[in-house]
Structure formats: structure tokens, C-alpha cells
Ligand binder design. Structure first.
Ligand code: NAD
Length: 315
């Protein structure tokens, strides 16, 4: 399968590397406003391919997206230390107004996989700008945050993160909701499981995990300037679900006609992902606090989405 990546910066190139090393893509096309950068990343990754799978990576232009099953969009500004994701909106919306119509025309049957931040709002903009059906415009959403949550729960409980079922819902951002109430391991609710393994949660342990998930990007950006390996793993996992028509449940961001009473916005919920993108969305049972946190996040995302759409209409 062929994957296009628009934006060959830190996230785009790390995603291309992950796709090659895991054999998820047979061909990858890297496109960037800086063609020398795209060429250099493609060459560097191509030289790793013989150690993994005999797959092809090249730099290209929009015409080279023809036949792509997935086009990943990572073009745009990233967070600087202390900056939140919402502050990137103005800059990245202008970039999307340029690149999304070109990507949609070149790969009209692809699934668009949006990563540029603020990802939920950028996913809604990509949906409007592409004219694609909503199921084929998805954001990486909280797939990465969910992985962070499962990793920390696994460390704490001394079990594999792969055996933990726990999701982060809503915005990929400061308002995200860690759904503790339905988290489990081995079908046992996470609080009971923690008692069984002799590591009961107190409020402080939960607050520590919440802080490490919610503020992971800020902490990593303070240390190394950007985050890219975690998201690259998440993008690779989503591509695998699409290209193998896996029907995997992943917390991607997608368009909702209504969520917590707020209409027409993109947010992450557990979603069945396969060849046609999002095939179905699952609404888990949540506690009253989780419902109200999800509603607050939905209101925030809606407010910024409307602002971005109004600015786009003036371009
Ligand atoms: P980066 O600066 O390393 O790369 C961005 C690339 O986009 C650059 O190479 C730049 O030349 C290119 N670009 C800019 N305008 C373009 C255009 N019009 N056409 C084609 N290419 C263009 O940034 P990065 O660290 O790779 O981050 C990229 C985006 O991904 C940011 O918005 C960042 O916030 C986001 N991100 C999202 C997640 C997530 O979980 N969703 C995680 C990490 C980063």
C-alpha cells in the first residue's frame, strides 16, 4: 500500500521511518514546502529500508499522491516550549487552505490522516476543505494520549500496557478526558485490579498519572524541543488499521454530528477503524464528572472551530 506524507519535518519523517521499519507501507511519498528537506529525509530513510523491508521511499509532488490509500498531513507550525496547541491554529489553518484541496484532488479515494495541531480543529477544517465523506477524514486525536495512559497504568500496576484497556477521550489537548471509570485490565475494573496486585490507587497516584498524560507534550518539548517518536508510532498503528481493513478500535478524532449536546465538531472517541476510515464510533459509559469534562472540551473545540472556519471564509 502507498502512503503520502505532507510535511517531512520531525513528525512526518519519524512516521515514514516507523512505516518502513514495520513494513506497513510498500511505497511512501514525502512532500514538503522545503523540497530539499523532503529529499534528504527520503534518502536517509530509504537507506534503512534494506534492514527492514524492500519498500520504497521518495520525495515527490502532489501528482505523486495518486493511488495513496492514506495521506498523512503533518505540515505546519509546532509548539514551542510553553505554547499550547490552540495557539497554532491561525498559522496551520492557512497552510491547510493551501494543501488540503491539492491533496484531495491528487488522491480522491484516500483516507486523510491529520496530525497537525490543534488536531481536532484541523481535522474539521480538512473535512470541509477536502469535500471527502466524514469517515475518510480522521485525526490522530488521542491515540497517542491513550498510549501514554496505558503505558503509565502498565508501569504502575506491573502489567503490560498491551493488557490495559483505558482510553483518553475528547480533545487532544489540555481539556482531554482520561476515562478512569471504564479502564480495565483482564476485564477487571482498574481500581479493583490495582488492589488485587497490591498497588491501590490513591488520589495522588491518579493525579500524577493524569499530569504525566495531559502534560506529556509540554514536558518533552521542554527537554528536546518537539515530540515525534510517540506520534510516529500512533500514525503507523492507524495506517495499519486502514490498510489491513482491521476494524481495530482506536481513539482517532472524527466528525460527530453531536457530542454532549454540541453539534458538528471533531473529537476523539473509541472508533472502529478499517479500509473506509472510521466505520463506527463507540460511546462508552462514563461517570458524571467525565461527561461534564467531555462537554467542556467539546465547547472549547467548537468555539475554536467556528473561529477558524470564519477566518478561512475570509481567505
Ligand atoms: P516541523 O517543523 O519539524 O515540520 C513541519 C514541516 O511542515 C516542515 O518541514 C515544513 O517545511 C512543512 N510545511 C510547512 N508548510 C507547508 C506547506 N504549505 N506544504 C508542505 N509542507 C509544509 O514540525 P513537526 O514537529 O514535524 O510538527 C508538525 C505538526 O505536527 C505540528 O503542528 C505539531 O504540533 C504536530 N504534532 C502533532 C502531534 C499529535 O499528537 N497530533 C504530535 C506531535 C506534533
Amino acid at each position: 500500500m502507498k502512503v503520502g506524507i505532507i510535511g517531512a519535518g520531525q513528525v512526518g519523517s519519524a512516521a515514514a521511518f516507523a512505516l518502513i521499519m514495520r513494513g506497513v507501507a510498500r511505497k511512501i511519498v514525502l512532500i514538503d514546502a522545503n523540497p530539499e528537506r523532503a529529499w534528504a529525509e527520503a534518502m536517509d530513510i530509504a537507506h534503512a529500508a534494506p534492514f527492514a523491508y524492500a519498500n520504497k521511499v521518495k520525495a515527490g509532488d502532489y501528482a505523486d499522491l495518486c493511488g495513496c490509500e492514506v495521506v498523512i498531513i503533518t505540515a505546519g507550525a509546532n509548539q514551542k516550549p510553553g505554547e499550547d496547541r490552540l495557539s497554532l491554529l491561525g498559522r496551520n489553518a492557512k497552510i491547510f487552505a493551501d494543501i488540503i484541496p491539492k491533496a484531495a484532488a491528487a488522491a480522491p479515494t484516500a483516507t486523510l490522516l491529520i496530525t497537525s495541531n490543534p488536531v481536532d480543529i484541523m481535522t474539521e477544517l480538512a473535512l470541509r476543505l477536502s469535500g471527502f465523506p466524514p469517515c475518510r477524514v480522521i485525526g490522530s486525536g488521542t491515540v497517542l494520549d491513550t498510549a501514554r495512559f496505558r503505558t503509565l497504568l502498565g508501569f504502575y500496576l506491573g502489567i503490560s500496557p498491551k493488557s490495559v484497556h483505558a482510553n483518553v477521550l475528547g480533545e487532544h489537548g489540555d481539556s482531554e478526558v482520561l476515562a478512569w471509570s471504564n479502564a480495565d485490565g483482564g476485564t477487571v475494573q482498574i481500581d479493583r485490579l490495582a488492589q488485587m496486585v497490591g498497588r491501590p490507587f490513591d488520589a495522588e497516584a491518579k493525579a500524577d498519572i493524569d499530569d504525566c498524560v495531559r502534560n506529556a507534550a509540554y514536558k518533552i518539548i521542554n527537554g528536546k524541543g518537539a515530540t515525534f517518536y510517540g506520534i510516529a508510532g500512533a500514525l503507523c498503528r492507524i495506517c495499519q488499521a486502514v490498510t489491513t481493513n482491521e476494524y481495530a478500535i482506536l481513539t482517532v478524532s472524527s466528525h460527530h454530528a453531536e457530542i454532549e449536546g454540541i453539534k458538528d465538531l471533531c473529537l476523539s472517541m473509541p472508533s472502529v477503524v478499517g479500509k473506509r476510515g472510521v466505520h463506527n464510533v463507540i460511546f462508552p459509559e462514563l461517570s458524571a464528572d467525565e461527561h461534564s469534562a467531555l462537554a467542556a472540551g467539546a465547547r472549547l473545540v467548537k468555539q475554536y472551530t467556528e473561529q477558524a472556519l470564519s477566518e478561512l471564509s475570509k481567505l
